[in-house]
Design a protein around this ligand. Structure first.
Ligand code: NOJ
Length: 585
């Protein structure tokens, strides 16, 4: 059984808030959010009660992938402000007891980074080997279709190799063409990254969220991937293959992360947080990555639960089957119960808004946002709140292709239309899942452009029209708001050791309408019940009668008493009701 020992790391009771700076608050009136905009809204974070701010990239960047293409790791892009602004943000956060975690994007740089410029300058440049350069496939003319060194598909459509005419070779980019992959086999690359990380810690930052960090070790043989048949059989429509077997948790990944931990964090006084974003990570791998005894990272972002409503690709959006989601969550809870640690998230800058995805953004927006939050925040792990999630912000309409901004959505749209598909059909695929859903401006108030930018300025991406009713100003002082509910959840985690540390047991795994589980620590038990929908429901709660007179720790905050477990052990909730009960009182 887990215990509430005082030796637990600080981040086990913490809640992290993610800011996507481009979409948070525009102070200087160029339509793009910036550091001074964040500084102007720290009261919002303080009111929510969060412990950590994770800041998506603000480094100099051509912005092909909104800053995940970095051209200088040790500065701030003028779009977002200056290094002095960032220093001020660190100090202002620390004054409020909030830590700052930066995004570390070191699987790749921007093609505008001086390292890559040098690397591409000639085949004999000392930095040539800092990236993955390869000649054309034998028997093919350089630049011709199929001449790419492997058949891998990039994450943003098309081949993962770009041809460089000047030197007659290809470079690897698992993401956009402007995001060449660094070669971590080269020890100079690793040393340069460690030096840069230490420089940020010296400046006062408290850790890193590490972008696709489980992609940094590649099988140096770079074998072709297996071409999987398209829906109609034959080869994949683009003739390309999934190369992930060669770089997801590759051969030296544990060695690299342990080395990073030693070189950057191990001997440094202070308390830091490292969270590795790891698409494709398994529970068994995550146990190794987050075992404190191995000294790699504190926690990882896994992806299984946010792929539960996807078919073969993310564009193939399927209705949620609740038992499938529960099975994934339960497996991760059990898998990291004795060793390691979970991070908990529904939302981030790459995911559609959870209230639209898993909840009901129509008649039950408020109740479903609260129920989803209750479920997530009562799991064991460290919860992450993405800007606007605490307001119940929903997916945006994106009526036309020209409303899209995200490189992934735009490239997908173009590739599909170029292949002859009906544009309206492609838009219908993109709308529910586009990353742009997460990136519409933060809704501060019901005024023009939701108070995101000064009057008269056009934001870089359109504000969701629902800001008239869904906004921070309307919610901050309303005890029944989604915001107030998130605040209560954060407080509960800080106050109740069983929330942060207790054992987790999933109940009713096959029920399609109710998400139920218990938590237990040192004789204290919590029961969490959430009605995942709006239909009529009556469930038999396991050991239900025992909970009939339990204390209500948290209801739905709707002004009405929550549905209780009845003396016969049944629970009959209203639409999207959620309740947290405690025994003993
Ligand atoms: C994951 C980031 O979260 C995403 O926004 C980005 O496009 C890719 N990694 C590439 O850096």
């Amino acid at each position: 059984m887990n215990s509430s020992a005082d030796t637990e790391p600080w981040w086990r009771t913490a809640v992290v808030y993610q800011v996507y700076p481009r979409s948070f608050a525009d102070a200087d009136g160029d339509g793009v959010g910036d550091l001074r905009g964040i500084l102007a809204h720290l009261d919002h974070l303080e009111a929510l009660g969060v412990d950590v701010l994770w800041l998506s990239p603000v480094y100099p960047s051509p912005q092909e992938d909104n800053g995940y293409d970095i051209s200088d790791y040790q500065d701030v892009d003028p779009l977002f402000g200056t290094l002095a602004d960032l220093d001020e943000l660190i100090a202002a956060l620390h004054a409020r007891g909030i830590r700052l975690v930066l995004d570390l994007v070191v699987n790749h740089t921007s093609s505008a980074h001086p390292w890559f410029r040098e690397s591409r300058s000639s085949r004999t440049d000392p930095k040539r080997d800092w990236y993955w350069w390869r000649p054309p496939r034998p028997g093919f003319e350089a630049g011709a279709p199929g001449a790419e060194p492997t058949n891998w598909r990039a994450s943003f459509s098309g081949p993962a190799w770009a041809y460089d005419e000047a030197t007659g070779e290809y470079y690897l980019h698992l993401f956009a063409v402007g995001q060449p992959d660094l070669n971590w086999e080269n020890p100079e690359v690793r040393t340069a990254i460690h030096t840069m990380m230490r420089w940020w810690l010296d400046r006062g930052v408290d850790g890193f969220r590490m972008d696709v960090i489980n992609f940094i070790s590649k099988d140096p043989a770079l074998p072709d991937g297996r071409v999987v048949a398209g829906a109609a059989g034959g080869t994949a429509p683009d003739g390309l293959a999934d190369g992930t077997a060669s770089y997801v948790c590759g051969p030296r990944i544990h060695e690299y992360l342990a080395e990073m931990h030693r070189e950057v964090f191990a001997d440094r006084p202070g308390t830091f947080l490292s969270v590795g974003e790891m698409p494709g990570v398994t529970v068994d791998e995550a146990r190794l990555f987050t075992d404190p005894g191995r000294g790699e990272v504190d926690m990882v972002f896994q992806f299984e639960h946010v792929q539960v409503d996807q078919g073969a690709t993310k564009w193939d959006h399927r209705p949620l089957h609740l038992p499938a989601l529960k099975a994934i969550m339960a497996r991760w809870q059990a898998g990291l119960a004795d060793v390691g640690w979970n991070s908990l998230y529904w939302c981030n800058h790459d995911q559609p808004r959870v209230v639209s995805r898993f909840g009901d953004d129509g008649a039950h927006r408020v109740a479903s946002a609260k129920a989803l939050a209750t479920v997530l925040h009562l799991h064991r792990g460290t919860p992450y709140v993405y800007q606007g999630e605490e307001l119940g912000m929903a997916n945006a309409p994106f009526p036309q292709p020209q409303n899209l901004r995200d490189v992934e959505s735009v490239k997908y749209y173009r590739s599909q239309v170029a292949a002859g598909r009906d544009p309206s059909e492609v838009m219908a695929e993109i709308r529910p899942v586009s990353r742009d859903n997460a990136r519409t401006p933060m809704q501060w108030n019901g005024g023009p452009d939701a108070g995101f930018c000064p009057p008269g300025v056009t934001p870089w991406i359109a504000v969701d029209p629902d800001h008239a009713s869904v906004n921070a100003a309307a919610q901050r002082d309303d005890p029944e708001s989604v915001f107030a509910h998130y605040h209560r959840l954060v407080e509960l985690r800080h106050r109740e050791p069983v929330v942060a540390l207790g054992d987790f047991t999933m109940l009713l795994p096959d029920d399609e309408a109710v998400y139920a589980f218990t938590r237990e620590l040192d004789g204290v038990r919590l029961l969490v019940l959430a009605h995942w929908g709006a239909g009529e429901v009556k469930v038999d709660v396991p050991d239900g009668a025992a909970w009939a007179d339990a204390e209500v720790v948290l209801g739905s905050g709707s002004g009405q008493p929550p549905a209780m477990v009845e003396t016969d052990g049944t629970w009959r909730p209203g639409p999207w009701d959620a309740v947290v009960l405690r025994l003993p009182h």
